[in-house]
Ligand binder design. Structure first.
Ligand code: LMR
Length: 348
C-alpha cells in the first residue's frame, strides 16, 4: 500500500513537472481577418513573443471569430479561456463608461488626432480604467475612421431616416443612429455580412480595412466617405493571469506587445488608403464624397449625442480629446506648406 502511494506521488510529480516544463500557451483571439491592422499586429505579436521567449511561450492566434465571437470574448477572457484580446473600443461599455469617448461622433478630426489623444496622459490612463473588473490594457491599435454604407445613397442626415443600421454593442452608437431617426441594431461582427446581404439591416459603419476584407462593399450599394467616427482597439489581458506570469516572461511579452502594436499602427496608417482603393477598384458599391456643407449637416445632427454621455465619460477626457485635434506646430507647418504647394500647382 505504502509502495503504491509512493509510486502514485512520483507519477503525479513527474506529470506536473512535464506540464510546467512546457511553454505557456497564450491564446490571442479576435474577430477580423489576418490582413487587417489588428490581424497583422496579432501575428506580429506571435512572431516576436516566440522569438524573444524561445520554448517559454506558444502564442496561438485565432482570427475571424474562430474561437470567440464578440458576444463571448470578454467573458472568455475573464474565465481564462483566452489570454489576449483586442476588442474595438466600442465594446467596453459594460466594463467602463470612459472608453465610450471614442464613439462620440465627429469628436476627432482624423486618425492622427485619435493617435495624439491615445498617446496623451489622459488617453493612457484608460489602460487602467478596468482594473477593478480584472482587465489590464496594454496599448491602442488603430484600424481607421468609419464610413457609412447603405443600400441607398446617404448624402444628408435625412437620407438615413428610418433605415436599419448594424452597430457594434455600444450605447453611444445606438444614440448616434437614433439622433438620425434611424433604427440601430446591435449585431456581432461575424453576422454583419449576412445581415447586410439578407436585408436584416440596410446599412452599417465601418473602416475601409473591414469593408474590404469582409466584402461588405459587395452587399451595399453605396459608401459615403463620412469619417464620422473611429474604430480602434485596446489590447487587453486578464489582469490576474498577467500578474501571475514569471518576471522574464512578462518582460519579453511586454516588449513583443509594444513592438507588435507599433507595427499594427503602421499597417493601419499606411494601408487605409490602399483598402479604400481596393474597394473602389472592385466597382461594386458607389463611393459618395460629401461637400463641406453636407458634412456639417451630419455633424450638427449627431452632435447632441455628446451631451448625453458627457457625465459618464467625463468632461476632462472630452476636452483632452478635443485638444488633440490641434496639430503640433511642426506638423502644421508641413501641412500648410503642402497645401500651399498643391495650391500653386493647381493654379499653374
Ligand atoms: C465591429 O464589430 O464592427 C468591429 O469591432 C470589428 C473589429 O474588430 O474591427
Amino acid at each position: 500500500m505504502k509502495l503504491l502511494s509512493v509510486l502514485c506521488s512520483a507519477l503525479l510529480l513527474s506529470l506536473s513537472l512535464s506540464v510546467s516544463a512546457g511553454p505557456i500557451v497564450i491564446k490571442y483571439s479576435h474577430v477580423v481577418a489576418d490582413a487587417t491592422p489588428k490581424g497583422q499586429a496579432a501575428l506580429k505579436f506571435k512572431e516576436l513573443a516566440e522569438k524573444k521567449l524561445p520554448g517559454k511561450v506558444e502564442v496561438q492566434v485565432f482570427p475571424n471569430s474562430q474561437l470567440f465571437g464578440d458576444g463571448k470574448e470578454m467573458e472568455a477572457l475573464l474565465l481564462g479561456d483566452v489570454q489576449i484580446l483586442a476588442p474595438s473600443l466600442a465594446k467596453f461599455g459594460k466594463y467602463t463608461k470612459k472608453i465610450q469617448i471614442f464613439d462620440l461622433p465627429f469628436l476627432f478630426d482624423d486618425i492622427d488626432a485619435v493617435g495624439r489623444f491615445q498617446n496623451s496622459a489622459k488617453g493612457r490612463e484608460l489602460f487602467t480604467s478596468m482594473t477593478d473588473k480584472g482587465i489590464v490594457g496594454f496599448g491602442y491599435i488603430h484600424n481607421g475612421m468609419k464610413h457609412f454604407s447603405a443600400n441607398k445613397p446617404l448624402r444628408t442626415p435625412a437620407d438615413a431616416k428610418g433605415l436599419k443600421f448594424r452597430i457594434q454593442a455600444s450605447d453611444v452608437l445606438e444614440a448616434q443612429f437614433k439622433a438620425l431617426d434611424a433604427n440601430p441594431q446591435k449585431i456581432a461582427f461575424a453576422e454583419v455580412y449576412q445581415a447586410l446581404q439578407s436585408g436584416v439591416v440596410d446599412g452599417a459603419e465601418n473602416p475601409w480595412a473591414n469593408i474590404y476584407t469582409k466584402k461588405f462593399h459587395e452587399v451595399q450599394g453605396y459608401i459615403t466617405e463620412s469619417g464620422h467616427g473611429v474604430l480602434d482597439y485596446m489590447v487587453i489581458a486578464n489582469a490576474k493571469w498577467w500578474d501571475g506570469l514569471p518576471a522574464d516572461v512578462k518582460k519579453g511579452l511586454t516588449e513583443a506587445m509594444e513592438e507588435s502594436i507599433a507595427y499594427g499602427n503602421k499597417v493601419a496608417l499606411t494601408e487605409d488608403d490602399d483598402f479604400k482603393a481596393k474597394v473602389v477598384a472592385d466597382n461594386k458599391a458607389k463611393l459618395i464624397q460629401l461637400t463641406a456643407a453636407e458634412k456639417q449637416q451630419w455633424r450638427d445632427a449627431m452632435r447632441p449625442v455628446w451631451a448625453k454621455f458627457e457625465n459618464d465619460i467625463g468632461k476632462d477626457l472630452i476636452d483632452a480629446a478635443l485638444a488633440a485635434n490641434a496639430k503640433p506646430k511642426a506638423e502644421k507647418k508641413k501641412s500648410d506648406k503642402k497645401a500651399k504647394s498643391e495650391h500653386k500647382s493647381e493654379k499653374k
